[in-house]
Design a protein. Structure first.
Length: 105
């Protein structure tokens, strides 16, 4: 049985518009609605200099294969918004996609 599924909106931000004062306004360009699990903390990198330190970030697995070459992608659950930093095919018995998210937004 699958864990509780969440609905997300995958979109791209377009920063080409501006208001009357010349400030840049981000406009959403929705790409598709996807269903996936809950974002959770995962090790996304390892910095090895004088000391080894792990770099943590958010990871979410979505229930379909995303084949996109778009840049500046964002994902939102209606409350929170995250920037997608990496898209990796997650080939198990079910074909899915793993998204690594920037949790600093």
């Amino acid at each position: 049985m699958l864990a509780k599924r969440h609905t997300y909106e995958l979109y791209r931000k377009n920063n080409q518009a501006s208001n009357d004062w010349g400030e840049v306004i981000s406009e959403k360009q929705p790409l598709k609605t996807i269903v996936g699990g809950t974002p959770h903390l995962a090790v996304v990198g390892l910095n090895e200099d004088k000391y080894s330190t792990k770099v943590y970030g958010l990871r979410v697995v979505v229930d379909e294969v995303l084949e996109t070459t778009e840049k500046d992608l964002y994902i939102s659950n209606g409350v929170n918004e995250w920037r997608v930093t990496q898209i990796i095919p997650y080939e198990t018995f079910f074909n899915r996609t793993m998204l690594f998210l920037d949790d600093k937004s």
